[in-house]
Ligand binder design. Structure first.
Ligand SMILES: *[C@@H]1O[C@H](CO)[C@@H](O)[C@H](O)[C@H]1NC(C)=O
Ligand SMILES: *[C@@H]1O[C@H](CO)[C@@H](O)[C@H](O)[C@H]1NC(C)=O
Ligand SMILES: *[C@@H]1O[C@H](CO)[C@@H](O)[C@H](O)[C@H]1NC(C)=O
Ligand SMILES: *[C@@H]1O[C@H](CO)[C@@H](O)[C@H](O)[C@H]1NC(C)=O
Length: 243
């Protein structure tokens, strides 16, 4: 379920939407997946809550009750959710605060109405960490015959991310989007920088490498530049102290 929904959403390019609804019809209700960032807040919302319902119960996993409303009484059960959840009796929505990784589960709302039989809504909650910042490494720059063969790789720990490479004029075509960017350039289409953006449905980060001239990367690392200065400064300060 997880990977299928994720693939589906990535393919649709629906990244970075805070609330992602994938409506799939199920018997007497609906089913969808929702992504939330760990530590964030989420609202599990449903549509078409019957008016004048008799009882309303939110479950997680298969049959563990979180909260129940029946005959005018509202009861929050003794679960890990206690104190973090709030039921909205108007809409049937369940608000969860400070969502934890372990809250990843299937949630179900069961409603008994006067007029119809029992109605169920199922929501799969996916809790994702924000993606870490990627680092671009230049694997290869090879200049020959006035063309430049370039391999850049975008390194990140997390596997479940999509990669988008950008050059000055915008993103590269889809077929080149991978953790590794392998391109051949001529002076007419080289870019002064290349950016790798990594994303999951709840966050995105990027890194950029710069080129000083055709096929020649700029010395972009701040550390590489500051280190010699630090050495000189420390040496100078020490020298002054000794005199
Ligand atoms: C979650 O909701 C609570 C209460 O409304 C609020 O104090 C907190 O800042 C929210 N957290 C985030 C990450 O939005
Ligand atoms: C570079 O160009 C020369 C002459 O135009 C040609 O002989 C040679 O094969 C080319 N090298 C490559 C790697 O394309
Ligand atoms: C740049 O132009 C050359 C020659 O037209 C082409 O072979 C190459 O694929 C182009 N590279 C990119 C990244 O568009
Ligand atoms: C890269 O990240 C910065 C913030 O860190 C953001 O302002 C910028 O729009 C991002 N660029 C791309 C291409 O994602």
């Amino acid at each position: 379920m997880y990977s299928r929904s994720l693939e589906c959403c990535l393919a649709l390019g629906l990244l970075q939407l805070p609330h992602l609804f994938l409506a799939i019809g199920i018997q007497g209700g609906s089913e969808y997946s929702e992504f939330v960032i760990s530590g964030g807040n989420v609202s599990l919302q449903i549509s078409d809550l019957p008016k004048n319902y008799k009882s309303l119960t939110w479950f997680y996993t298969t049959d563990q009750k979180i909260v129940e409303w029946e005959s005018g009484e509202l009861k929050y059960f003794d679960t890990k959710f206690k104190g973090r959840t709030r039921l909205d009796l108007q809409t049937g929505a369940l608000h969860i605060q400070n969502v934890q990784k372990e809250d990843k589960s299937t949630y179900r709302l069961k409603v008994d109405a006067d007029t119809s039989s029992e109605k169920n809504w199922v929501i799969t909650l996916m809790v994702l960490d924000p993606v870490p910042k990627p680092v671009i490494t230049i694997r290869k720059t090879e200049e020959m015959n006035n063309s430049c063969y370039l391999i850049l790789s975008c390194v990140i720990q997390d596997q479940d991310v999509t990669y988008t490479w950008y050059e000055e004029s915008g993103p590269f075509p889809k077929e080149l989007q991978n953790s590794k960017l392998e391109i051949t350039l001529v002076p007419q289409n080289y870019s002064r920088f290349y950016t790798c953006q990594v994303s999951n449905p709840v966050s995105s980060q990027n890194d950029t490498v710069y080129f000083a001239s055709f096929c020649h990367p700029a010395l972009s690392s701040g550390i590489a530049w500051t280190a010699p200065w630090l050495v000189i400064m420390v040496a100078t300060v020490l020298g002054l102290l000794w005199t």
